[in-house]
Design a protein around this ligand. Sequence first.
Ligand code: FAD
Length: 254
Amino acid sequence: MATLKNAAIAVKEFSKKIFYTSKKIKMEDYPNEEHLVKILSVENVTHNVKRFKLSKPDSYQFKPGQATDIVINLPKWKEERRPFTFTSLNDWDNLEFTIKIYDDHEGVTNQLGKLKAGDELILHDIFGAIQYKGEGIFIAGGAGVTPFIAIFRQLQKDGKVGNNKLIFSNRTSADIILKDEFEKILGVNFINTLTDEPASQYDHRRIDEAYLRENIKDLSQYFYICGPDPMIESISTDLEKMGVAKDKIVVEEF
Ligand SMILES: Cc1cc2nc3c(=O)[nH]c(=O)nc-3n(C[C@H](O)[C@H](O)[C@H](O)COP(=O)(O)OP(=O)(O)OC[C@H]3O[C@@H](n4cnc5c(N)ncnc54)[C@H](O)[C@@H]3O)c2cc1C
C-alpha cells in the first residue's frame, strides 16, 4: 500500500516536472537527490502546526514557493516520501518547514510531530508549481498557505510587498498560521475568513464566487491558489467565470 502510494506520488511529481519544464525528461532522468539533515529545533506555530528548523545541505538553493519530498530517517519510515514547502529563505543559515500534523492516523506528519532536535530527515530534489510572477491575490486554505510564507518573506525582504493581498481561509481563528507575521507584512491586505467560527474581526464565509466578486476588483492581476483540490477547483472555476485569464491563475494542490 505504502509502495503504491509512493509510486503515485512519484508519478504525480514526475508529471508536474514535465508539465512545468520545457525540457523533455525521461523516467531515468527523474532526479533523486538525497540530503541527510538534522532537526535543530521544533516549535509549535498553532495547536496542530509545527515549525521545524533543519541543518542546511551545502549549496542547497530553492525559489520561494518551492518544495521537496521529506523522508524520516528511521527504518519504519524510510519508504514514505511526503512533499513539504520551504518556509525559510535562501540566505538563511538553516532550513525551515511549517508542517500541519495529522494526529488522526499514523501517517508521516503524525510521526514528524513526535520528532525532536537531533533526529534526522532525508530531503530529496526541489520542485514546485507556485512561484511569484507579479502582484496579485494569494488565496490559501489551511496549510496551503505554506508556499506563500516564503514568497511574502522574500517580498518583504526585497521591499516589494506592494499591493499584494492574502485571503486566508481556515475553520477557526486558532488555525490561522503566522497571523502576527502576515498582519505585519500585509496590514489591511491580510484578509481572514473562518468557515466554522463567527468572529467579529474576520469574515465568516466560504470563498465562493460572491465572496470573490466582493473582494476582487482588478481581474487582470495574478491569482495564486493553494489548498485542498476541491478548493482549488472551485475557486479557479469561479475566477474564470468572472473573466480571469487561465494564464493568470497559478495553483498548487495540497
Ligand atoms: C507540493 C506540496 C507541498 C506541501 N507542503 C506542505 C507544507 O509545507 N506544510 C504542510 O503542512 N503540508 C504540506 N503539504 C501537504 C502534505 O504533503 C500532507 O499533509 C502530507 O503529505 C500528509 O502526510 P501524512 O502521511 O501525515 O498523511 P496521509 O496519510 O498522506 O493523509 C493525508 C490526508 O488524508 C487523511 N487521512 C488519510 N488516511 C487517514 C486515516 N486512516 N484516518 C484518518 N484520516 C486519514 C488525513 O487526515 C489527511 O487529511 C504539501 C503538499 C504538496 C503537494
